[in-house]
Design a protein around this ligand. Structure first.
Ligand code: SIN
Length: 285
């Protein structure tokens, strides 16, 4: 069956039909997927029945994998049950211990693991169990957000560097071993250009990480806060976004270099279990 690419019609995202990810992709099919991914930033594959090894195998076609990020809770249980490359995102608690990270709360707009010097270029998320409603994941196109930035805002960030705080998760919880940030100028994390260039497409995009404890270097804190508030309000506009309502067996792969994402909260009495792999990236420039 030929591979079909069906754009969502929103600012980003496309569905890929005709592929079974439990089998290795041919080089031609992978090339089609890669090009579609560069064009659409987020790809959706529905009705997949894959193991962790298949998820790792598919993700590895894009590059070497990163190990899972640190969470608020001790993840030892879940990681050893699976593989160090697989991050379990779940609200399920077994024997008094969460089997995964992020619980049932809203995860705010963010880019995965941008608080390290070489953040993962992509994340690949596969759904095993989902609640009846809620827990939708939204993505926003940061090429478009930059293209449509008001001139004064663009001038204010041109050549600037932002610190991406590493102390909290995307649901706003302190990571294991982290201290609360009192002064954003001293927050731990990694410094990256606010406007980055995609190494494969050459496109320029906004690269902000997450709002909490962000700091634009060399500015007075009040000025940095005001700029970041304006930038985040702009990035979160609905015209840059697309929202995915999950079904069991959906797999999404997104490009962290030119997209941000967020997740809705959901009813904590229902189970949500997702497995994620993250593909290594290079230092943003
Ligand atoms: C994430 O990778 O940030 C979580 C997304 C989700 O749980 O849908």
């Amino acid at each position: 069956m030929p591979v079909e690419i069906i754009p969502t019609g929103a600012a980003l995202g496309a569905e890929v039909r005709g592929l079974d990810l439990s089998r290795p992709l041919s080089d031609d099919d992978f090339e089609a997927v890669l090009q579609a991914w560069y064009d659409h930033i987020v790809l959706l594959f529905r009705r997949q029945k894959i193991s962790d090894d298949d998820l790792i195998g598919f993700s590895r076609r894009f590059g070497d994998l990163d190990i899972a990020p640190a969470s608020a809770t001790d993840m030892a249980g879940s990681q050893t049950k699976s593989r160090p490359e697989i991050w379990i995102i779940s609200n399920v608690v077994e024997d008094g211990k969460p089997i995964g990270a992020l619980g049932d709360k809203e995860a705010e707009w963010h880019t995965d693991m941008s608080y390290v010097d070489e953040p993962p270029m992509a994340s690949c998320l596969y759904s095993l169990e989902i609640p009846d409603s809620g827990g939708d994941t939204s993505f926003a196109n940061m090429y478009k957000a930059l293209e449509e930035l008001p001139d004064d805002l663009r001038a204010a960030i041109e050549g600037r560097v932002c610190n991406h705080d590493s102390s909290t998760t995307s649901v706003g919880e302190l990571r294991a071993g982290a201290n609360e940030v009192i002064d954003v100028t001293k927050a731990p994390g990694a410094k990256h250009p606010v406007i980055r260039t995609h190494p494969a497409t050459g496109g320029k995009s906004l690269y902000l990480g997450r709002r909490l404890n962000g700091y634009i270097e060399d500015l007075p804190v009040a000025e940095s806060e005001a700029l970041l508030d304006r930038l985040w309000a702009h990035c979160a506009k609905p015209e840059f976004a697309w929202t995915h309502q999950w079904a069991v067996g959906d797999l999404l792969i997104w490009d962290n270099r030119c997209a941000i994402h967020r997740r809705d909260a959901f009813d904590g009495s229902q189970r949500r279990v997702m497995h994620r792999a993250q593909i290594k990236g290079k230092q943003p420039f």
